[in-house]
Design a protein around this ligand. Structure first.
Ligand code: GLU
Length: 503
């Protein structure tokens, strides 16, 4: 048997370090067994999936050197490798389950589902909705069908008992069937859900080992049952521990940059990031901290994964990056620096903004340094202003950060529009609103247009600097966050209303 593993990201946002982490372990496992590693794009959520996000995932994994043998860009014998192009395959398989009685068409409306859930709650029953709750009498099904009512395909699941799932790291794990719902397999628009597409693809793509994040462990009973219904062997399952913030909560962009692009733009070496991800819950037999991808592959043993939640700590990663940087000789260091942001493309984005502001070339570094590296260190005193209140500034920075986290199109006009809308909503001049943003991004209000600056340095560094500035100003407590989130949402709604009125 040839070992075949895969990473199966959903292209719904920035390329996440967690995706790289899972890709790395799948790659090492495949290589350690002389097998193959493939990349599959799980874009069944058509609302949230974007081509830009898919491209960013491919680019960032390539940047890290986590190369795949088969995938949407390189092809392979089991394609297509993008789930949105495999709709017929899933529909056929859903039909097969329907015909065998392992699945049923469900015509329940959202209101009915809500009422069924409420009824369970009232009865104090802590369990999922089961086929018996959902199925309607045959004449009612016929009536709804004839009226063209929308329907989904759901799987049949046991009502009670325990399901035992074998996990490569945990051994047998028992899960309660009562908590497993009659999972939707095909949505009313004919698109599959993750569960159906994932199982069908893993089988057809001959995946032998599924190495994925711990958050999928609860889905394993459904998957196991689907394999049984289809009469297929199930791949070996292995759920990796979740990456955590230093405070042990699940790694989140609120507390830690999670986009791989942040690490690239901040000047981390791909080999250092891969090395660090390799240290997440795993160690070399000799416990050395610094190792290359090739060394990791050569020594790889999945049983060395420990399940305690590994902490992704920026300081530790920076230390490791320093070790890798020092290893470069001067020529290689310079080449690396040039490839990073000291390159023609990037410099050409900066030059139009500083050309008109300097009289000698020697002033360029002072005026544009923040476009090539970190902004000068800021303190609360950097935000000193005659008229503006520090607390207000902090709130504006937070609002802007949230708006920019949701922003898809990153260019100066879009950035300005976001700032202007928030400033209007707050009833302040956009110039005042942008004052703390200047300090956050460029370290000083005396710089060229801050929306141009953000366009140049890109989303990841911009957001990180806004986040840092909020911390410098004392941070936002959990309680305050809740309040501000509501106020921000109301501001955005105001913007939307405004938009309709204008039309
Ligand atoms: N699309 C899922 C994800 O984004 C894949 C989970 C799995 O590997 O089964 O994590």
């Amino acid at each position: 048997m040839t070992v075949r593993t895969r990473v199966a990201p959903s292209p719904t946002g920035d390329p996440h370090v967690g995706t790289a982490y899972i890709a790395l372990f799948n790659l090492c496992f495949a290589r350690a067994h002389g097998g193959q590693f493939l990349l599959r794009i799980e874009d069944t959520d058509q609302q949230r999936s974007t081509a830009a996000s898919e491209q960013a995932i491919l680019d960032s994994l390539r940047w890290l050197g986590l190369d795949w043998d088969e995938g949407p860009d390189v092809g392979g014998p089991h394609g297509p490798y993008r789930q949105s192009e495999r709709g017929d395959i899933y529909r056929q398989h859903a039909e097969q389950l329907l015909a065998a009685g392992h699945a049923f068409r469900c015509y329940r409306t959202p209101e009915e589902l809500e009422a069924l859930r409420e009824a369970l709650k009232e009865k104090g029953e802590q369990r999922a909705l089961k086929p018996a709750d959902l199925e309607l009498p045959a004449d009612e099904v016929a009536r709804r069908e004839a009226a063209g009512a929308p329907s989904v395909v759901r799987m049949r699941v046991p009502e009670t008992g325990r399901c035992v799932v074998d996990d490569l790291l945990r051994g047998p794990v028992e899960l309660d069937w009562s908590l497993t719902d009659a999972q939707i397999l095909l949505k009313s628009d004919g698109m599959p859900t993750y569960h159906l597409a994932n199982v069908v693809d893993d089988h057809l793509m001959q995946i032998t080992h599924v190495i994925r994040g711990e958050e999928w462990l609860n889905s394993a009973p459904k998957h196991k049952l689907l394999y049984e219904y289809f009469g297929w062997d199930m791949p070996v399952l292995c759920h990796m521990p979740l990456l955590r913030n230093p405070d042990k909560s699940k790694l989140s962009k609120r507390k830690n940059p999670t986009s791989i692009n942040f690490y690239r733009d901040k000047g981390f070496l791909p080999r250092a990031l891969v090395n660090y991800l390799g240290r997440m819950g795993w160690s070399m037999p000799d416990e050395r901290e610094k190792f290359s991808l090739a060394e990791m592959q050569a020594q790889f043993d999945i049983q060395r994964v420990s399940l305690g939640g590994p902490v992704f700590d920026l300081e530790k990663l920076s230390w490791l990056n320093g070790l890798w940087l020092r290893e470069l000789d001067d020529e290689a260091f310079l080449d690396t620096l040039q490839q990073w942001l000291f390159n023609r493309d990037h410099a050409l984005k900066v030059i139009p903004h500083i050309k008109t502001r300097v009289e000698t070339l020697s002033q360029v570094v002072d005026k544009a340094g923040f476009c090539f590296g970190d902004a000068p260190a800021i303190t609360a005193a950097s935000f000193q202003h005659d008229k503006l209140d520090v607390e207000d500034m902090k709130v504006w920075l937070q609002y802007l950060l949230w708006s920019l986290e949701a922003l898809r199109q990153w260019d100066r006009d879009a950035l300005f529009a976001e700032a202007k809308a928030l400033a209007d909503g707050e009833g302040v001049k956009v110039k005042d609103f942008l004052f703390p943003v200047f300090v956050a991004i460029a370290g000083t209000p005396a710089s060229f247009s801050v929306v141009d600056s953000m366009a140049v340095i890109g989303p990841d560094l911009s957001r990180a600097r806004l986040r840092h500035a909020i911390e410098v100003l004392g941070g936002v407590s959990k309680k305050q966050t809740k309040k501000l989130e509501k106020a921000w949402a109301a501001l955005r709604e105001g913007e939307a209303d405004q938009g309709t009125d204008d039309q």
